[in-house]
Design a protein around this ligand. Structure first.
Ligand code: GDP
Ligand code: K
Ligand code: MG
Length: 271
């Protein structure tokens, strides 16, 4: 069983990795970059954990960041631990949506709870879990608190189908997804087509190069041009990627609405 550890930069991934794994195998660098590739053996159960570079999106903004999308495109793994910064939930969940769309089982390790609490942000992990349809485990990556629960949840989600968010991206994007699905049909890609199509329409260059191994650059370009034109003409957005980001943001807002208690609401209770 291979589990990928994914999250935004500085959310506590490496701290958690060190607590969850005993020995760690140094396996050199990810191909093409200087980022160290770390695979660790889980302490409590049989399985390996892979520490990936921190990213805000699967869209790579640097060569180092492309390690993550390349991992999703080319490597085999079973589960994802998504470490999320509780003090910046809305921003962190933009990545989570993309992980969920991939379709592998995901567990959220909710970290930086102390930072969130100091800012008056209180998150109800149970509500968040119910809304997202996946386990949310409060952790303290620095001390290793919550590691046992996280490992237990890993056992329970292994082999279970991931819960894909029901986000409708509007006619232009949905038509683009259909067209990409159409040209990829019968290519026997081992990847979820809707996820891949969305990555391509968002402009992810690695995803695009990936599908161009199977279909002509021309056919991909035609679909992208069509979608961009439709978005500009028929929506208030200037690009497909902005529209996709906004649709996800609306979905995230809905998800976190009931899961977050801010200081102002707390104050109400005190008076
Ligand atoms: P990575 O960049 O995601 O691998 O994150 P690191 O594990 O390197 O952690 C980034 C920083 O956050 C380090 O200084 C950690 O000590 C700190 N950190 C990790 N977990 C927590 C936590 O729960 N609360 C606080 N306040 N800091 C934490
Ligand atoms: K770091
Ligand atoms: Mg790290």
């Amino acid at each position: 069983m291979i589990t990928a550890l994914v999250g935004n930069p500085n959310t506590g991934k490496t701290s958690l990795f060190n607590h969850l794994t005993g020995s760690y195998e140094y396996v050199g660098n990810w191909s093409g970059v200087t980022v160290e590739k770390k695979i660790g053996r889980l302490k409590e159960i049989k399985g390996d954990l892979i520490d990936l570079p921190g990213v805000y999106s699967l869209y790579p903004f640097s060569k180092d960041e492309s390690v993550v999308i390349q991992f999703f495109l080319n490597e085999t793994f079973e589960n994802i631990i998504n470490i999320v910064d509780a003090s910046q939930l809305e921003r962190n969940l933009q990545l989570t949506v993309q992980l969920l769309e991939f379709g592998s089982p995901v567990i959220i390790g909710l970290n930086m709870i102390d930072v969130a609490e100091r800012r008056g942000i209180h998150i109800n992990a149970a509500t968040l879990s119910r809304k997202l349809g996946l386990p949310v485990v409060p952790i303290t990556a620095r001390s290793g608190k919550g590691c046992h629960e996280l490992t237990q949840q890993l056992t329970s989600i292994n082999g279970v189908k991931g819960n894909i968010p029901n986000i409708q991206y509007g006619d232009a994007i949905e038509l683009g997804i259909t067209k990409i699905t159409e040209i990829l049909k019968e290519k026997e890609l081992n990847l979820p087509t809707r996820w891949l199509a969305l990555q391509v329409l968002e402009g992810n260059p690695d995803a695009r190069i990936y599908i161009e191994q199977w279909v002509s650059k021309d056919s991909v370009q035609k679909i992208i041009d069509f979608v961009e034109r439709e978005v500009k003409e028929k929506t208030s957005f200037s690009s497909a990627s902005r529209l996709i980001f906004e649709k996800r943001r609306i979905w995230i807002d809905e998800v976190i609405q009931d899961s977050i208690n801010t200081q102002s609401e707390q104050k109400k209770n005190w008076t």
